[in-house]
Design a binder for this molecule. Structure first.
Ligand SMILES: *Cc1c(COP(=O)(O)O)cnc(C)c1O
Length: 451
């Protein structure tokens, strides 16, 4: 079979039997999915032999490239020892070591790790833990949540309740128990003469208003610290997270940091909360924690939360479980990921690389048709300046297609285009990415004018 044929065959077979995520399947009539054969480093290779630079880390999960030699070796070793066993009543080295090492990374402020498989489950766990901890402490009236405008925490029913993305929510509104939505801290909302800190102050005042209004009912405030990624890489002042910590302390609410996307070094420090200088009561981690290899998520909890469940009464325990809780292979991939962080000084390397990435994207940043150029660590984003909503609607798809034609995998969110590359990108690849993304952007914008 020739490359091209096998590519179209696999894509066609996929469309007959695979229901792709976050996709209107009919759109694949025009543009079928790209059928991948293999991947290495930052590159994906399709069945026809074409390559694509994975500039968005495969939906923000891949940190150290595909088919990474060190993570592969760790997994092969683990496969010969223990692939998986139930975590109720049993334990094993990978899950213990991972919990110990993560706890140490928080200086034991968050010393108790509860495991699940995907991000949305971690959010569900954090929400349930918060409410149950309050209930165990005699505050069963505290069962409501505050979330942020534009915030995203996953798409299971509980997580959707604290997610403010109309596109993902509206069809399921009848199933949801909606949270209170506080004003967005997005720095792009600054008025003339205002700073990001001013926007954050206003947004905090709105959280305080809700805490006052629903006094005695709010169990927790949930936030994506520093960057609301799914909102289109909306960034805010770290002072906002500090302010939330202070408000939660003042009004008796837990602070849940959803670091599923921003954790694992993405924003600069290992945990984004560290840049704000505060620890939440509960912290959700997933995506990058297994290096992008296997589904793994976890919730890290403070001693105070953990102790609220510690009792002789079974019903006061946290009776939540998933079949693959603490999967040994996934934990081992996470340990290999932490090893790479330590042994290759990844945080330091990222700090030095962030300006290199910015420089590579400067031609796009200088384009008169973009605005709100922004960066936090290994996330770079800008917004396309498109006047009318109708052409803005097709922009992200046009840009993704133009980029794919130029061997680049990007997936804009509305008019926000961003790169969130694996940490192994080198300066030359960044340059190449910057040039290709800019020409793809020009083509997508010109396509608009002709349409
Ligand atoms: C991706 C994401 C989730 C959901 O994780 P899944 O593994 O896709 O369920 C939750 N919160 C944030 C901030 C995310 O980026």
């Amino acid at each position: 079979m020739t490359g091209r044929n096998s590519a179209s065959t696999l894509a066609a077979r996929s469309l007959r039997s695979v229901w792709h995520p976050c996709t209107q399947m009919r759109q694949h009539e025009q543009a079928p999915p790209i059928a991948l054969a293999r991947a290495h480093g930052p590159w994906l290779f399709d069945t026809g032999g074409r390559r694509y630079l994975d500039a968005i880390s495969s939906w923000w999960v891949n940190l150290f490239g595909h088919t990474n030699a060190r993570i592969n070796a760790a997994l092969i070793d683990q496969l010969g020892q223990l692939e998986h066993a139930m975590l109720a009543g049993f334990t094993h080295e990978p899950v213990v070591q991972l919990s110990e090492r993560l706890a140490a990374l928080t200086d034991h402020a968050l010393g108790h790790c509860f495991y699940a498989s995907d991000g949305a489950s971690a959010v569900e766990i954090a929400l349930k833990m918060s409410v149950h901890a309050w209930r165990n402490a005699g505050h069963s009236g505290k069962n409501e949540f505050i979330c942020m405008a534009g915030g995203y925490h996953g798409e299971t029913v509980g997580a959707l309740g604290v997610t403010d993305t109309p596109l993902f929510r509206s069809a399921y509104e009848a199933l949801l128990r909606p949270a209170h939505i506080a004003a967005s801290p997005d720095a792009r909302r600054a008025g003339p003469g205002e700073s990001a800190a001013d926007v954050s102050r206003r947004a905090l005042a709105d959280v305080e208003r809700l805490l006052q209004q629903r006094a005695g009912h709010i169990a927790a405030v949930i936030v994506e610290p520093l960057v609301q990624c799914a909102a289109g890489m909306a960034m805010h002042d770290p002072a906002y997270v500090r302010g939330l910590r202070a408000l939660c302390d003042a009004y008796g609410a837990h602070l849940i940091a959803d670091e599923i996307a921003v954790g694992c070094g993405r924003t600069g420090s290992f945990f984004a909360s560290q840049e704000a200088g505060v620890w939440p009561d509960l912290l959700c981690l997933s995506k990058g924690i297994s290096g992008g290899y296997l589904p793994l998520s976890l919730v890290m909890a403070s001693d105070a939360i953990y102790e609220a469940f510690y009792d002789d009464d079974v019903r006061r325990g946290f009776l939540h479980s998933h079949s693959y809780t603490g999967n040994a292979l996934a934990c081992r991939a996470a340990l290999a990921t932490l090893d790479i962080f330590e042994q290759e000084q990844v945080l330091e390397r990222n700090r030095q690389f962030a300006p290199v990435l910015a420089e590579a994207l400067q031609p796009l940043a200088d384009d008169a048709r973009v605005r709100h150029v922004r960066q936090r660590g290994m996330i770079w984003a800008c917004d396309a300046l498109i006047a009318d909503a109708a052409t803005a609607a097709g922009f992200s798809r046009r840009l993704a297609e133009e980029a794919a034609r130029r061997e680049l995998l990007v997936r804009p969110i509305g008019t926000a285009l961003y790169v969130m590359p694996p940490y192994i990108l080198d300066a030359q690849q960044a340059q190449w990415l910057g040039q290709r993304l800019h020409t793809a952007f020009e083509a997508a914008m010109d396509g608009k004018e002709k349409a």
